[in-house]
Design a protein around this ligand. Structure first.
Ligand SMILES: *Cc1c(COP(=O)(O)O)cnc(C)c1O
Length: 453
């Protein structure tokens, strides 16, 4: 057994952490997790934390789940990996079939990768290449401001969060950007009404006008599925997704929907686009796909898209893309078990009252002095902290107010990772009502404690 002190030292000495200011990280005590059980994780000192953000929005049925463990162990005793470039393996085939069975009917072909960003990267390349194979010169993408689609160069190109993305501008391809629907709705009708009634008319007109003038060169419209997650949980006004589908149909543009955060039950539906009965042409999946166990992602497309890549070998129309671990059998076997658990445990049905409870309990947060907005989409919520509510004035970025609240929550045994000053609530779907109440109580008290400092 390694001495715990070495672990802390080596973590700071050798490990460059993602999305982390390492100078600050090295000055602090950090959570080093050793094991997990259900919705709890345990650090190397044995202290227990409720996992309030499902690891990173990916855990579904809890940590260390016997059925998922079993699927993994059984598969590793057969084979851990074999390439799928021109060959195949059993779990990857079965899971592709399972995915096609549960995704919207038009989506019939599965292309695997390992992370959400890759699933989006692949979506972009497929859309571009599709039009190329059809002999059309449609090479541009329309995206939303405040979008987040992952951190590889292509995914950053279609992203719109300035603090993450602007620095890389010289490396990125140009895209057309239309306003974030939530922020635009707030600007036009105010916070209270932004989501209440159908604001799409006033939002869509401008988008449609833009598309009308530029559609000849547009390959695809790229957007998250009903809520902009990393931007701070910004839900789309009702009907927005459906209107974008209509516009894409009307102007012969592919619709790429990023369900990486929303897929696998997070919104109360298996996929968020079901809520408005929208069927994209390309859907990107990740995060919850293996219940939070292993890196797996998928880009699911229609027959029409798949068929555009068919031809004789010499025509060189096929999709030149693949990774060493594409279709990894361990990840796919856990993904199969993950879907079985949704059935056996009636996960979505049991989730509905918890979504209602979250909605009820979130109302209290409006009463807090430093809460400027409270947003929910299914079983994800964001609570925006502000310095001055009346003036809608944020806390200075460098003060890390969200982080401070998260640290207070840690003392009470709850782990969350805020998005800047937006406190995020995104627990594993299997969390009990009692545990959810504890998470919310702890967050409420910790935000309230800001009033004293
Ligand atoms: C997390 C996320 C991604 C990126 O997924 P990774 O697995 O982190 O690469 C893409 N899109 C959305 C909407 C996400 O929330």
């Amino acid at each position: 057994m390694l001495k715990r002190e070495y672990l802390k030292e080596w973590d700071k000495e050798y490990f460059w952490h993602p999305f982390t200011q390492m100078k600050v990280y090295r000055e602090e005590e950090n959570l080093i997790v050793e094991k997990g059980e259900g919705v709890y994780v345990y650090d190397i000192n044995g202290k227990k934390y409720l996992d309030g953000v499902a690891s990173l929005w990916c855990n579904v049925h809890g940590h260390n789940h016997p059925k998922l463990n079993k699927a993994l162990i059984e598969q590793v005793n057969k084979i851990a990996h074999f390439t799928t470039l021109g060959a195949s393996n059993v779990p990857a085939i079965v899971f592709a079939k399972n995915l096609v069975d549960i995704t919207p009917p038009r989506l019939t072909k599965v292309f695997y990768s390992e992370d959400g960003a890759e699933a989006m990267e692949i979506a972009i390349k497929i859309a571009y290449h599709y039009w190329h194979n059809k002999g059309e010169k449609k090479t541009k993408f329309v995206t939303l401001s405040e979008a987040y689609h992952g951190d590889t160069i292509g995914s950053v190109s279609v992203g719109g969060i300035n603090i993450f993305h602007e620095k890389y501008r010289p490396l990125l391809f140009d895209v057309y950007k239309v306003p974030s629907p939530y922020l635009e709705a707030v600007k036009k009708v105010g916070r209270e009404k932004a989501l209440e009634y159908d604001t799409t008319k006033i939002l869509i007109e401008e988008v449609e006008d833009f598309i009308f003038h530029n559609h000849q060169e547009i390959a695809a419209f790229v957007l998250e599925a009903g809520v902009q997650g990393a931007a701070g949980i910004l839900p789309f006004p009702k009907g927005y997704l459906k209107e974008i589908r209509r516009i894409c149909d009307e102007y012969n543009i592919l619709m790429i929907v990023d369900e990486v955060a929303t897929g696998f039950g997070r919104t109360g539906y298996m996929f968020a686009c079901e809520k408005e009965g929208v069927e994209p042409d390309i859907m990107a999946l990740g995060k919850g796909i293996t219940g939070g166990y292993l890196p797996l992602a998928a880009t699911v497309v229609t027959d029409d898209i798949f068929d555009a890549f068919l031809g004789e070998f010499g025509e060189a129309k096929h999709f030149y893309h693949g990774h060493t671990y594409t279709g990894n059998p361990l990840a796919c076997s856990v993904a199969i078990a993950n879907l079985e658990l949704f059935e056996e445990e009636q996960t979505l049905k049991k989730l509905q009252p918890k979504i209602k409870l979250l909605e009820e309990r979130l109302k209290e947060f409006w009463t807090l002095k430093h809460v400027g907005d409270v947003r929910q989409y299914g079983f994800m919520a964001g609570i925006e902290l502000v310095k001055d509510k009346e003036k809608n004035e944020p806390f200075p970025y460098g003060e890390r107010t969200g982080f401070k609240v998260a640290r207070m929550m840690m003392e009470k045994g709850v782990w969350v990772r805020p998005l800047g000053d937006v406190m995020v609530i995104m627990p594993p779907l299997v969390i009990s009502e009692k545990e959810l109440e504890y998470l919310l109580d702890t967050m409420f008290e910790s935000i309230k404690a800001l009033e004293k400092v």
